[in-house]
Design a protein around this ligand. Structure first.
Ligand SMILES: C[S@@+](CC[C@H](N)C(=O)[O-])C[C@H]1O[C@@H](n2cnc3c(N)ncnc32)[C@H](O)[C@@H]1O
Length: 259
């Protein structure tokens, strides 16, 4: 899918959208936002994205500031001592959950381009007293992380927001150690979205306009060098990709490995 809007304009608009959310909302699903206008899904209710064991491991306001569309933590099978990078870390929820899993010998790096989000995440880290989680300002297309340093790259509803996904896939590959893996929740489509949707800045911020077709997502990862690429619809795994409605964005779980 080629961009119909200039990449810098997409980044600026996406950054403004998330800066606003970071500053204004104590929860993305609060009175000024809803699940249609941001990427959020409930963390602590009957339809919770996360299992109770994870959702209950955080103070309620941190757990509820989820702008994600899935649970990249459970599928990642994180191990004590591992180094994790979270692409587009937002308020830091997935970083803190990952930090609990990798323990004091592990290390979690959250990367985000929006200073207001980083301030929120760092404030949350201070409150929680975490010692193994840090937040770095940067683009997911050019991660502020050394080559071959990372065991697992996680991300929750962010790659769809990038105007240059092949570069995101190449940079994930660069930072992973050989044998390293990715565990990503993201919005994808079954068939390309109409041009009118791709042109809507509001739809970019809402994680819709930039959603890749699943076939392009898988081939993009393979082109970057990944193997064992798997993309499955969240919560509809028994349905399979071929049965997903055409041109309707949906949340998926994406896993792959660097050989
Ligand atoms: C939908 S929110 C998801 C936040 C977090 N992963 C969560 O689940 O709550 C998207 C986040 O990604 C960041 N972001 C979007 N595009 C980015 C890019 N190209 N580089 C770095 N960060 C980006 C935004 O600033 C925002 O914090």
């Amino acid at each position: 899918m080629s961009n119909v809007i200039a990449p810098d304009e997409i980044r600026r608009s996406v950054r403004d959208h998330y800066a606003d959310l970071a500053v204004k909302s104590s929860s993305c699903c609060g009175p000024t936002q809803n699940a249609e206008s941001s990427c959020c899904s409930p963390t602590k209710d009957a339809d919770s994205t996360y299992p109770d064991e994870l959702a209950n491991a955080m103070p309620e306001d941190i757990a509820n500031f989820s702008l994600g569309c899935g649970d990249p933590i459970t599928i990642a099978s994180l191990q004590p001592g591992e180094t994790i990078v979270d692409l587009g870390s937002g308020g830091g929820l997935d970083c803190f959950l990952a930090g609990q899993r990798v323990g004091p010998t592990g290390h979690v790096i959250g990367v985000d381009m929006t200073p207001e989000m980083l301030a929120k995440a760092r404030g949350n880290a201070k409150r929680l007293g975490t010692t193994n989680v840090e937040f770095r300002e940067g683009y997911i297309e050019h991660l502020p992380v050394a080559d071959n340093e990372v065991d697992v790259v996680i991300s929750n509803c962010v790659i769809n927001l990038s105007p240059d996904k092949p570069q995101v896939f190449r940079d994930i590959y660069r930072v992973l150690k050989p044998g390293g893996r990715i565990s990503v929740s993201d919005i994808v489509t079954n068939g390309e979205l109409p041009a009118a949707v791709q042109k809507s800045m509001e739809a970019w911020g809402a994680c819709v306009a930039g959603a890749l077709d699943v076939k392009d997502y898988a081939s993009g990862l393979r082109d970057a060098g990944f193997v064992d690429v798997k993309i499955q619809p969240k919560g509809n795994i028994e349905k399979g990709l071929s049965l997903m409605p055409v041109h309707v964005p949906f949340s998926a779980i994406i896993t792959a490995r660097k050989p």
